[in-house]
Design a protein around this ligand. Structure first.
Ligand code: CTP
Length: 413
């Protein structure tokens, strides 16, 4: 019952993903939330109010008036009642109207009058999602402090494949739980429990992925980092309205978001250059990249030919980017790193935190089942400069990202 007593308005708009709203409603109620559903006229074409009224245990609201007895469904009262307005699925049309203050249905008038935080889970075709008009509207909504739950990539109702699938109900519930938990502990700033998320004036540098250190024109030394953790952190920050510079090593991931500038690099030296370039104008940096510690001292211009004899490569250390940023960190800037350890985890992580002048370090251990480079899950401990540490359970990398961003948000307050 992780949402016990939370009053949630679930807004359902005209999208195929409306079928997922039934399960979402069920999960909200199962977690103890009080749910009032508002449907847009087109939303009713995709799923019936009867289903949602039964699952939410409340009358579903669709119109400004109750046509049987003339009573008024007050959007103002609804807006004051709610602890959170969740629009899921949010169609491109509804997001466009929200961004422009149009209020021609009950959901939109409630949106305009509510004082609570607003979470939006977009659902649409990949080209609609990627259209400059939709990206612009999302940007406007983020600027105003709404939280956008990034849609997933995959098979779409149109038969095409790409980004635009509404996030799965279980993951939306996890985001709500983390959000309210952070609000309860004060980790989310006061503004975040109101309309604004508190991160929309922030700029954050995030690094992700491995680096590739060239041996010759066709070979490199790399590592198994998938970039998933850093990308999840960037998406979470952007969803809360922060402007993000994502400096990424070579990975198989894409992140298209109006508030994320993606800077692609290959080697540790290139990553170092980009980090030094962007850090001074950022409020914080989270260094999630698995940067190579050594690189070949000489890189011949031509491919090394097989000779049959053994071959050794002389290596030289790369720059410790995080330690360099720690030296130039200004008052008020927050610097965080990761520590990947196989033994003496806590002790080694604490040493890195102090040596690199960090504000916190995220420890993940390769010993943990389900944690590590290619997994979709991770199990982390966040360690503070005073030595205090918070252990988190094994969870999806996007949920770990929520915990890390909550921690950062608390420090940036
Ligand atoms: N890091 C960095 N530049 C490097 C190496 C690491 O900025 N050349 C950063 C990583 O992004 C991470 C943190 O430093 O946030 C710790 O990385 P990790 O590999 O755990 O530790 P190292 O400092 O490289 O030490 P070791 O490999 O000996 O454990």
């Amino acid at each position: 019952m992780q949402l016990k007593g939370r009053k949630i308005i679930l807004g359902i708009t005209g999208s195929i993903a409306a079928y997922k709203a039934a399960y979402l409603t069920r999960l909200l109620v199962r977690e103890g939330a009080e749910v009032k559903v508002i449907m847009t006229p087109l939303g009713k074409e995709f799923i019936t109010p009867v289903t949602l009224a039964t699952l939410s245990r409340n009358t579903v609201l669709c119109d400004f008036f109750n046509y049987d007895d003339g009573s008024w469904n007050s959007h103002v009262d609804l807006g004051i009642w709610a602890d959170l307005l969740l629009v899921a699925p949010a169609s491109a049309n509804t997001m466009a109207k929200m961004a422009n203050g149009i209020c021609d249905n009950l959901l939109l008038t409630t949106y305009l009058s509510c004082r609570c935080p607003v979470m939006i889970a977009p659902a649409m075709d990949l080209d609609m999602f990627g259209h400059p008009a939709t990206l612009h509207n999302m940007n406007v909504l983020l600027e105003r402090g709404n939280i956008i739950i990034d849609p997933a990539s995959g098979e779409l109702a149109s038969g095409l494949s790409g980004k635009g699938r509404m996030e799965e109900p279980e993951n939306i519930i996890n985001k709500l739980v983390s959000f309210f938990a952070a609000a309860g502990t004060g980790e989310v700033s006061a503004g975040e429990t109101g309309r604004r998320t508190g991160m929309n004036s922030m700029k954050v540098l995030v690094t992700a992925g491995p680096t590739h250190e060239p041996i010759d024109p066709v070979r490199f030394i790399g590592n198994h980092s998938s970039g998933k953790m850093g990308y999840a952190i960037a998406a979470e920050l952007a969803g809360r309205g922060a402007e993000v510079v994502l400096v990424t090593g070579p990975v198989a991931l894409e992140l298209e978001h109006p508030r994320v500038k993606v800077v692609k690099v290959s080697s540790a030296a290139e990553m170092h250059n980009e980090c030094t370039r962007w850090f001074p104008e950022c409020d914080a940096c989270i260094m999630a990249a698995a940067v190579a510690d050594y690189r070949p001292l000489h890189t011949p211009a031509k491919k090394i030919k097989r000779s049959g004899a053994s071959y050794s490569i002389e290596m030289e250390p790369t720059v410790d980017i995080l330690a360099e940023l720690g030296k130039v960190k200004k008052k008020g800037q927050i610097l965080a790193g990761f520590a990947l350890e196989t033994d003496n985890e806590l002790e080694n992580a604490k040493k890195k935190l102090h040596n690199k002048n960090l504000d916190f370090i995220v420890l993940n251990s390769l010993k943990e089942e389900g944690a590590g480079f290619h997994a979709d899950t991770n199990k982390v401990t966040i360690i503070n400069p005073d030595g205090s540490a918070v252990d988190f359970a094994l969870k999806g990398k996007s949920e770990v990202a929520v915990d890390i961003v909550n921690h950062l948000s608390g420090l940036l307050k």
